[in-house]
Design a protein. Structure first.
Length: 108
């Protein structure tokens, strides 16, 4: 799957390259895959003001993978191109979880 290219093993966990769309009408994490940028798309309803979109993104990944916010590091605070590191998570587990979303997208 192409989206797997956006997921890298870090030794501490996994780094996921993202294209974040803040201020969306709804929150969808993940919301697709951007093949031209090799990034998983994520839509958040919060606007990119005072770090609100970043906080919502961290909450969504925390919920999705059952992690505490201390296990999540965000790089690219002021950019729509971000990388999020999930500490203590195996790449295979991340791929398995995300595959549920990407498989569902292909069926629709």
């Amino acid at each position: 799957m192409p989206y797997e290219d956006a997921i890298k093993d870090t030794g501490n966990g996994v780094m996921i390259d993202l294209k974040v769309i803040p201020g969306s009408g709804s929150t969808e994490v993940p919301s697709g895959y951007d093949e031209s940028r090799n990034r998983i798309r994520a839509k958040v309803s919060a606007k990119a003001i005072d770090g609100k979109a970043n906080k919502q993104l961290i909450r969504e990944f925390s919920r999705l993978f059952g992690l505490s916010s201390a296990q999540i590091r965000l790089k690219g605070q002021a950019s729509t191109r971000k990388s999020i590191e999930l500490i203590g998570v195996a790449r295979a587990d991340v791929i398995r979880t995300l595959s549920l979303f990407f498989e569902h997208d292909r069926e629709n």
